[in-house]
Design a protein around this ligand. Structure first.
Ligand code: AMP
Length: 250
């Protein structure tokens, strides 16, 4: 049993991002980049399955600039066995193009399970897993907070608006991770050293016959309007009064 885990290099979640003055995008100069947090959870889950004897190989893949190698090395230090970098220019690749490349990699690697993040925290698209599952015609279990593998099936507990939903997917399948699935480990120093020697294969989108030219046209990126400070009311009567006279909502 083989598990494929796509991982994306994104702006670190601690960084307060800045919009470029011309509104054309986010300023990435000298900004700390890290593995997308949901993808760390995906790598951790795949490695835990392997450590319990449920998988023989964990392959990680990233589509992005050469620096995504660092992200892949982090995944290898957590415990993945092998990495594939699909190298692109330093411009964003849209989820549909990512899903098409992942489909080609799935066809070549033949994993039984793809575990990816529910969303990348840079563009918050929440699309790639669903698109990949659609392109492959595989079942999907999105927003997993628990994953159990039994008799060729993946049992996924999903976080949905009304609570928890459990679905049973016949493998091969696509699973996307939610925050509560696990708490990723910090890679140990010996494992960071070992990760440097693990195989990392570099490819180009053309190797998979995928055209990654953007299909979307970004008109403008701007900061959200800053919110006005709230007021503390002394009583329910005062609240109702303000809602009637000031907010005009009653
Ligand atoms: P998104 O649909 O962009 O919110 O991303 C959802 C998930 O798809 C991420 O958490 C990653 O697991 C995967 N993914 C998205 N973009 C890439 C990429 N460029 N390289 C590898 N994996 C990606």
């Amino acid at each position: 049993m083989k598990i494929l885990v796509p991982v994306k290099r994104v702006v670190d979640f601690n960084v307060k991002i800045r919009v470029k003055p011309d509104g054309s995008g986010i300023d990435l100069a000298n900004v700390k980049m890290s593995m997308n947090p949901f993808d760390e959870i995906a790598v951790e889950e795949a490695v835990r399955i392997k450590e319990k004897g449920g998988a023989s190989e964990v392959v990680v893949v990233s589509i992005g600039p050469a620096k995504s190698q660092e992200t892949l090395r982090t995944a290898l230090a957590i415990g993945a066995d092998r990495a594939i970098l699909v190298e692109t220019a330093d411009t964003p690749v849209e989820p549909l193009a990512v899903a098409k490349i992942l489909k080609a990699i799935v066809e070549a690697e033949k994993p039984d399970l793809v575990i990816l993040g529910k969303q990348a925290i840079d563009d918050d698209c929440n699309q790639t897993g669903q698109m990949l599952s659609g392109l492959l015609g595989w079942p999907q279990g999105t927003f997993a907070s628990k994953l159990e593998l039994t008799d060729g099936a993946a049992v996924v507990t999903r976080e949905v608006d009304g609570g928890l939903e459990t679905v049973r997917l016949k493998m091969p399948a696509v699973v996307s991770t939610d925050l509560r699935l696990n708490e990723p480990r910090y890679p140990s120093l010996p494992n960071i050293m070992k990760a440097k020697k693990k195989p990392l294969d570099t490819k180009k989108p053309e190797d998979f016959g995928v055209d990654i030219a953007p299909r979307l046209n970004v008109q403008k990126i701007s900061e959200p309007a800053s919110r006005k400070a709230g007021v503390r009311v002394g009583s329910v009567a005062e609240l109702v009064q303000k809602l009637k006279t000031e907010a005009g909502v009653l």
